[in-house]
Design a protein around this ligand. Structure first.
Ligand code: 9WN
Length: 418
């Protein structure tokens, strides 16, 4: 084991709060949904029981309607805004009222296969049921166009919180009733790396809409102030449905398998709507106006991970990757340099996030693009070697940004790039 292997394990163990892991000390003091899924991959290399437990603790907070919340507030901490009192979801344990990208089923499948793919595996079977309920929640509440794509009703649900893709939709959000509140994030890290205040007001306004309608997910989906078909969530859900289908078939759950096959076919076709021929990439679209973001982000390349696209489209995506590579030092930036509001230090407007790079690299390898996949892996390793286990990294300088000793970055070192 190398020194970095030791440090990565140590970060996961120090961020462990007993059955779940905080993303980083201070800035994010609770359990986050997709973070935990990636963190389980990190634990899996040295503590199988703890890996499963991370996922089980997450789904212990699943709502009765099937939604797996984006934050679970297991213990009190004043260091984060918005905390449980602001969300006011009435859940036990307290949670936020929105979700995050459903990478869970894909991780469950990987852990289960690593352990011999026994259809009777009790921990896989319990998580299978949780994933199925969560995917059904997406299909019931988050497919307003009936085309198998996934709508998000808050930009935090995308996990790529301040991506420029949301700017136009966010600009329409009325912030006149937001009132005053105290941000905590900028007390932990440099404000230049975080979303701007005007953006935060909009995030809070969307939250308040959900709270004011008692977290009625039907109403939020139909009438909410932010309704975006997110390319990232849509691709991740399609991949997760494929992985869940493998589990359904192993278990012998024929009705669920048939349902999943139909969903997969629908989503494969639906993705056409996200393809922007002019830009040569998959881009998010506003569900209300139909407008395409026309921006190439790291999520555009999740097409490989989801297994969608024709050879011609793949060629254009690879051309976009080559263009991005020519314009920066490290892959894969969250936004193409030169795009409006690109900023190599500000959150999801440029910095590299290794979890997205990992999913893209996996997809590239599965589509015969081994050299590109390896390039992403190597760049990710170099970033950690030079800067440490940061939340994100500048694609221009390689400097770390956001929180330090970050759980999912440590997990990516252990499970993928290290
Ligand atoms: C809001 C925990 C989370 C990640 C997100 C990332 C950031 C939270 C925030 O941190 O979001 O959910 O307050 O900025 O954008 O992807 O899950 O690491």
């Amino acid at each position: 084991m190398t020194d970095l292997d030791h440090r990565a394990r140590d970060i996961l163990c120090r961020n462990d709060r007993g059955g779940y892991t905080v993303p980083t000390h201070g800035l994010y003091p609770f359990q986050w949904n997709w973070d935990s899924a990636f963190v389980a991959l990190g634990f899996a290399g040295f503590d199988r029981d703890r890996a499963w437990q991370e996922l089980e603790t997450l789904v212990s907070a699943q709502w009765a309607d099937g939604m797996i919340p984006h934050i679970v507030f297991h213990q009190h901490d004043e260091g984060y805004f918005p905390g449980p009192g602001v969300w006011a979801t009435g859940q036990t344990p307290p949670t936020s009222g929105i979700t995050q990208p459903p990478v869970l089923a894909t991780v469950v499948r990987r852990l289960w296969e690593e352990e011999g793919a026994d259809p009777a595996h009790p921990r896989m079977r319990a998580l299978y049921r949780a994933c199925l309920a969560s995917h059904r929640w997406f299909h019931t509440y988050r497919d307003p166009l009936g085309n198998g794509l996934a709508m998000v009703t808050h930009n935090w649900e995308t996990g790529r919180d301040n991506s420029s893709e949301w700017d136009e939709a966010l600009a329409r959000v009325d912030t006149s009733g937001v009132g005053s509140y105290q941000r905590r994030d900028t007390g932990h890290v440099d404000a230049a790396m975080r979303p701007k205040q005007s953006e935060y007001d909009r995030y809070v306004a969307i939250l308040q809409f959900g709270r004011d309608c008692g977290w009625d997910h039907r109403r939020i989906a139909d009438e909410g102030p932010f309704r975006m078909i997110d390319v990232g969530t849509s691709m991740i859900l399609l991949r997760a449905n494929r992985d869940l289908l493998i589990l359904a078939e192993a278990i012998g759950d024929a009705p669920a398998a048939a349902e999943l096959r139909a969903r997969i076919a629908l989503s494969e076709q639906g993705m056409d709507w996200l393809w922007n021929e002019e830009v040569g990439a998959y881009c998010s679209r506003d569900a209300t106006t139909g407008a395409s973001s026309a921006l190439v982000t790291n999520a555009s390349f999740l097409a490989f991970y989801a297994g969608v696209g024709t050879p011609a489209r793949h060629a254009r995506l690879i051309a976009a990757l080559a263009r991005i590579e020519a314009g920066t030092r490290f892959l894969l930036p969250s936004l193409e340099a030169g795009s409006r509001d690109y900023d190599h230090r500000r959150y999801w407007r440029g910095p590299i996030w290794l979890v997205v790079s990992y999913m893209v690299a996996l997809g590239l390898a599965e589509h015969g693009e081994a050299a590109w996949s390896e390039r992403l892996r190597r760049d990710s390793a170099r970033l950690i070697e030079a800067a440490g286990f940061y939340e994100s990294f500048s694609p221009e300088t390689g400097e770390g940004s956001g929180g330090g000793d970050f759980s999912w970055t440590a997990a990516m070192w252990l499970a993928w790039c290290g």
